[in-house]
Design a protein around this ligand. Structure first.
Ligand SMILES: C[S@@+](CC[C@H](N)C(=O)[O-])C[C@H]1O[C@@H](n2cnc3c(N)ncnc32)[C@H](O)[C@@H]1O
Length: 318
């Protein structure tokens, strides 16, 4: 229990006492070699009194700086992203993603045969992991070959990986699949009330302004449309939480260093998980954006290591 409730200084001291090298040693000395913002414009920038701040992992940075720092992380990890995901989650992320898509049941229709397919938007879609699963489900399970998806991401390197991977699917060059370079906090090229399903998997914790992204999700969804989010969350079992924290803070940055030659990016990834609002708080944020949540609003996966949150845009705003 103590570990589950522990403050960040307590976690730091716990980790120092483990046999793993202290993962925080590198925090202030992070190097983001591919992050021009850091390298050229504001090296070691500290927020001034007048700037709005946010978290970048455990660091407090100016809001204006976070986007560039996150971009640096994902540009660094883009080519090794899948391998590293497998190492980091012991392959479990694939099961979570499969379950996420099954739980949405995209392409389903009350009319038979379905007349028009679902219009889907996968935000922070990166390498297309979720989007290809959604299209497969529409086609193979719900006989909805007219369902379409747009993979949107802020990072051109991650989108390039998605495009590359799409070439080995039947959706390459098909009108069912498109790509959009955009910040989830400002989807101005996506019309209001135009989307049936908005998904975001392991993306929203990286956004600078999560509330703005949720408001955009609400805007672009049709009334009755579904918001579905898969994200790391709060581990519900204290013992598992202690083991999980030790694994994630001790091993993942080290694996990042050994497999991808990049400790700093993976240090950020584990810190960003810790900083992300836990189940209930995130559910409240989804409600504040205007969504109606089914049941309690979320479903824990693997004892809360990850969670699926859903919200429905009401047909008439109450
Ligand atoms: C951990 S990856 C997840 C990729 C994919 N959804 C998956 O589940 O494998 C996080 C993605 O979020 C994207 N991202 C970060 N901030 C973003 C923002 N403000 N708007 C859109 N995408 C963003 C990153 O570029 C990265 O591709």
């Amino acid at each position: 229990m103590a570990m589950a409730m522990a403050s960040k200084p307590a976690i730091r001291s716990f980790l120092r006492s483990t046999k793993f090298p202290c993962p925080y040693a590198s925090v202030t000395a992070r190097h983001f070699a591919h992050t021009p913002f850091r390298a050229e414009s504001r090296p070691n920038a500290q927020p001034t009194n007048h700037e709005r701040t946010t978290h970048f992992g455990f660091e407090t940075v100016a809001e204006a700086e976070k986007e560039a720092r996150v971009a640096g992380v994902f540009s660094n990890v883009a080519t090794s992203y899948d391998t590293m995901n497998d190492f980091m989650s012991l392959g479990i992320h694939r099961l979570w993603k499969d379950y996420f898509v099954r739980s949405i049941n995209p392409g389903s229709s009350s009319s038979s045969p379905p007349s028009s397919g679902w219009k889907m938007l996968d935000i922070a879609g990166g390498t297309g992991d979720i989007a290809f699963r959604l299209l497969d489900h529409c086609t193979n399970i719900n006989n909805s070959p007219s369902s379409t998806i747009t993979i949107s991401d802020i990072n051109p390197d991650m989108l390039a990986e998605g495009r590359k991977r799409s070439l080995s699917t039947s959706y390459a060059h098909s009108p069912r699949l498109s790509f959009l370079l955009a910040n989830a906090e400002d989807l101005h090229t996506v019309p209001s009330n135009s989307i049936d399903l908005y998904t975001v998997a392991f993306g929203i914790r990286n956004f600078t302004n999560k509330d703005a992204a949720l408001r955009e999700a609400y805007r672009v969804l049709k009334p009755g449309g579904l918001f579905a989010c898969l994200e790391f969350s709060g581990v519900t079992n204290p013992l598992l939480d202690a083991v999980y924290k030790r694994w994630s803070f001790g091993a993942i940055p080290l694996i990042g260093q050994l497999v991808a030659g990049d400790r700093a990016s993976y240090q950020y990834l584990v810190e960003s998980i810790e900083e992300f609002p836990k189940q209930e708080e995130f559910r409240n944020m989804i409600q504040t954006a205007g969504f109606v949540v089914p049941g309690k609003g979320w479903e824990d996966l693997t004892a809360g290591i990850a969670a699926i949150h859903k919200g429905i845009k009401p047909v008439e705003k109450s």
